[in-house]
Design a protein around this ligand. Structure first.
Ligand SMILES: C[S@@+](CC[C@H](N)C(=O)[O-])C[C@H]1O[C@@H](n2cnc3c(N)ncnc32)[C@H](O)[C@@H]1O
Length: 201
């Protein structure tokens, strides 16, 4: 069985060498205290917590998930680390990000697929993912970073991966630096990372 989450990767011995780990490394390089950022898929809250810690008390994080269970888990994790004060958790789809976040963003992270430990039928979907990626990219500050960890091993994952790759290929090269990072020495459906950096002019 192919695993999807960072936590499952950790069990498989790939925690230090996973798309999730690389996404966290890039966020650590880019996000600064006071920044405005978003987690488009809170899940169990690991990415939200990292963002909350990086922006500090003067920063702000918007976290999205369509499952109450995921937001409860995220709030629990944030509270355990005394970071909940700077995070707004929203039980709505990330495709509505532009309706609720009215400030430009330094970074946005997507961690696609299903909630680890939850209902595997509830997954991110190509159409809404593309819509959210486009909106989030529009909202990035110059120099801002959008990351997406993409899983293709579950039902519908391959189609979503293709949609994400196609969307990324359409970004104008003069305005965006785009990387697609995959691990050729792992199984064919190992998660891959999309990184999009908005140009500074
Ligand atoms: C792989 S999990 C995220 C893992 C999470 N980042 C973590 O650190 O634990 C994917 C999450 O996306 C959520 N999701 C699915 N469709 C969504 C949508 N349209 N908007 C926001 N979240 C969505 C699922 O409910 C699930 O919790």
């Amino acid at each position: 069985m192919h695993t999807q989450s960072g936590a499952e990767d950790e069990v498989a011995g790939n925690g230090r060498c996973s798309a999730v780990a690389l996404s966290h490394h890039l966020l650590e390089q880019r996000v600064r205290p006071g920044d405005r950022v978003a987690d488009a898929t809170c899940g169990n809250g690991h990415d939200t917590l990292l963002l909350a810690q990086l922006v500090g008390p003067a920063g702000r994080v918007w976290g999205f998930d369509i499952q109450r269970r995921a937001l409860d888990a995220t709030l629990g994790l944030l509270t355990a680390h005394a970071c909940q004060d700077r995070v707004e958790l929203l039980e709505i789809g990330h495709e509505r990000i532009a309706d609720v976040v009215l400030e430009p963003l330094a970074a946005v992270i997507f961690n696609l697929g299903y909630l680890p430990g939850g209902d595997r039928q509830v997954v991110t979907r190509p159409e809404t993912t593309r819509q959210a990626l486009s909106s989030a990219t529009d909202m990035l500050l110059p120099g801002g970073l959008l990351l997406a960890v993409v899983y293709t091993g579950h039902g519908g994952g391959a189609e979503e991966g293709e949609a994400v790759a196609e969307w990324a290929a359409g970004l104008p090269a003069e305005s965006f630096c785009v990387w697609r990072c995959h691990q050729p020495n792992r199984h064919a459906t190992a998660p891959w990372l999309l990184a999009v950096e908005k140009g500074t002019r």
